[in-house]
Write a protein that binds this ligand. Structure first.
Ligand code: SF4
Length: 279
């Protein structure tokens, strides 16, 4: 049996920076809150909880002057203002690439552009980015373009973990509707490279394993990419999933993880597959 592990597997730069930062902070601070799940990965969240990090859904839940970490997805401007009014000590781990999107939306809105944000409406990154201009139109699919009003000055930008192929179709249709639109493709290179490598491996493999949290949208996108290129694909959260045993029926196994899965989880899965082969 041959196992091909995607080189892009493991945390992306932004998630690694946030997880490492919070791990270090919790050792040095009396009490540390984190606004929202740090990553969509149950194993990582419970590891941090065991270290003492308290996860909260709103800043209203915590006392003034507390320490609070902001995850890589970032937050809207109102949240920073609320943190300031409560005198919170903010450990800001917003990924620099997401922070760039916030700045760009603000700048373009100030220049009189209507903003179209392409992204998953319920994703924390999209929700945060929406909060940097008054009227942001969020779209997820091509079908939603038709019902958008006519704008004279329009600018589009995209969630960092959006599917590249879907984005390119949406961009094309937006340009047909708004010939003067200014489109900025802000899909992160980490997302793009991961999806490309996943597609390449899935073409070669006869069984494909996608690893990631069940609420992770970039993991779901990888699964879609894998399914489009390989007939037999599974999606699992970690090495404890019994579906791994299906590997026994195949010769070439491909593995790719989402951006919120630590590389150690992927290594454990490879270990489990190797043990299956020895039986
Ligand atoms: S996917 Fe890219 S933009 Fe998003 S957190 Fe990771 S490194 Fe940052």
């Amino acid at each position: 049996m041959k196992i091909i592990v995607g080189k892009e597997s493991g945390f992306c730069f932004g998630v690694k920076r946030a997880v490492d930062g919070v791990k270090e902070d919790v050792k040095n601070l009396d009490k540390l809150y984190c606004l929202g799940e740090i990553v969509h990965n149950e194993g990582v969240v419970s590891e941090l909880e065991n270290m003492g990090v308290k996860f909260i859904e709103s800043l209203d839940e915590i006392e003034d002057e507390s320490n609070v970490a902001i995850r890589a997805h970032g937050v809207d401007e109102k949240t920073y203002k609320l943190a300031e009014s409560k005198n919170l000590k903010v450990r800001d781990y917003t990924c620099p690439k997401v922070a760039q999107i916030h700045l760009k939306i603000k700048e373009k809105a100030n220049d009189g552009y209507t903003i179209i944000l392409i992204g998953k409406k319920t994703h924390p990154e999209t929700i945060g980015s929406m909060g940097y201009a008054k009227d942001v139109y969020v779209i997820e699919t091509i079908d939603e373009i038709e019902s958008l009003p006519n704008f004279s000055k329009v600018f589009s930008i995209v969630q960092t973990t959006f599917s590249m192929s879907k984005y390119l179709e949406i961009e094309k249709t937006l340009k047909e509707k708004y010939p003067n639109i200014e489109c900025l493709n802000t899909i992160c290179a980490s997302t793009k490279n991961r999806q490309e490598e996943c597609s390449k491996i899935a073409k070669e493999a006869d069984f494909m394993i996608i690893v990631g949290g069940k609420n992770s949208s970039n993991t779901k996108k990888l699964y879609e990419v894998a399914c489009a290129n390989c007939e037999n694909c599974i999606i699992i959260q970690d090495e404890n999933d019994k579906k791994i045993e299906e590997c026994k029926n195949y010769d070439i196994i491909g593995i790719m993880s989402g951006a919120s899965t630590p590389i150690e989880t992927v290594q454990k899965i490879v270990g489990n597959i190797n043990s299956l082969c020895e039986v």
